[in-house]
Design a binder for this molecule. Sequence first.
Ligand code: AMP
Length: 584
Amino acid sequence: MREMFYSEFVEVYEKLYGTSKRLEKEAILAEFLNKLEKKGDSEWIYLLRGKVFPDYDEREFGISGQLVIKTIASAFGIKEEQILSMYREIGDLGEIAEEFSGKKRQAKLFGGRLTVSKVFGNLRKIVDIEGKGAVGKKVELIAELLGIAESGEAKYIVRTLLSDLRVGVADGILRDALASAFFEDRVEVKELIGRAYDICNDFAEVFEAAKKGRKELEKIEIVPGKPMNVMLAVKVDDIGEAFEACGKPAAIEHKYDGFRVMISKKKEEIKLFTRRLENVTKQFPDVVEAVKKNVKGESFILDSEVVGFNPGTKKYLPFEAISQRIKRKYDIDKLKKELPVEVNVFDVIYYNGKNLMSSPFRERRKILERIVKNAELKIRSARQIITDSEDKAMEFYQEALKIGEEGIMVKNLDAPYQQGRRVGFMVKLKPVANDFDLVIVGAEYGSGKRAGWLTSYIVACRDNDKLLEIGKVSSGLKEKSPADRKSAGPEIPHKISGKEGTSYDEMTKLLKILIKEEEGKIVKVKPEIVVSVTYQNIQKSPSYSSGYALRFPRITRYRPDRSVKDIASLSEIEREVGKRGRKR
Ligand code: AMP
């Protein structure tokens, strides 16, 4: 049996605590990992992050601060009230344990040293104890450790139990430390280690492989039945940015407002994992059933969004409405009727023994469409279009919003499936504050099909009684000419704020009578026509007198019921800019 003293861990905890510099932390850890390789068990690596199980394992110590107070009291023969009042002052039970165990050692000169295997063993037992008398047994196991612990050791045992280690070992730092501990060509290996960790979520497994070399790291592969980290999306502010990130054409999908579920099937067993790697199979027998009936294949891993809908109206519900199903472990049959869900499958990562992660998304999607049979309100492939047109994308976006979705996801058709947040593989676009009412102060004649019409409009907000330009909007109106409409005529504009929407021709008629100045294709008009304008983003801009420009503005309605007095003020716009700045 390999052996190490727990004090060696404490030494490294203290060093890590002493610096906030990432590279220093990495070096401290790398040195320690070399030591751990020689003297320790791979699983002890979990202790560096205050754990005793792999990250995907949801089991917890289940120790409250109150229980720790009780244990310290009984281990050191002190009154609970005394500990509580110290706690109010210091705010760290670890330090309190440290202080008492230091005093005790001086008094008793305790023999024996705490080994890592003792600490690790007791901590695991604490997690596993359940049922009657569990609390008493947990207290005994902690007290036993505190009884042997030296002061610094007591501090870190308590902090570990309270999941508050405070040494700052994020998984990224530990990955990098593994690379620098065992490899020369760190940069490349960091990627490999990152990949291995994303797949197995188990630092002991990655440590074990890293010790042996690259080949072993490469062998770590996704397998159905185990949770894995998912690919995450980067936020963009507008469609243009989405295409810039993902290339053209790109796949565009509805962004469903549900929760992420990785569905895995191995032999006949189907398992469901959340994005946080929790196993939720028991909570969703309806999803399991839908997958069993409608997805072909011996083994697979699918990525999906599970969305709730109202069983009466069949309308999608926001995530909050069904979130209780994730946690609930009883009354599942009742819940599944009251809060039914639909599975929207958007990716396939593994199929019949083959890892598809490095296949381009367009191929994965083809497989997906082949294997998932759409069954209404049960399971389906995510709604998708492939386009290089910003207008089409915008239309799809508006449609998604109209039926209550959160927005859209834009995906690079050539990208592999890579876990974590990767720029340029998949981006999300959601609406931010909706629209402003603005007044049209100028316009420009169109060309080609739109020649003769005023087709782009300079819009303005107000600053007291001054009007300040804030952008140019040319989309949102209808192409149809009045000849195609039944009720053509000068009074039309007042009727068309309804279902059909205003056409360019109608808007031209409205504006022409308001023209003040004309220069080439550009006109200035009396500020009378108010429109509601949605946009994706507001940017600072020297091009407009307000100092701001709306990005991707779009007219949603002509507002004959509003006057220039009703339009958005500069301070409202600035407030919105401030809000967005904070959100990011
Ligand atoms: P967010 O939660 O805002 O970071 O947005 C990303 C999340 O949107 C993903 O983690 C999924 O849970 C969810 N989502 C909804 N629809 C899709 C889709 N079609 N493709 C990918 N993710 C989606």
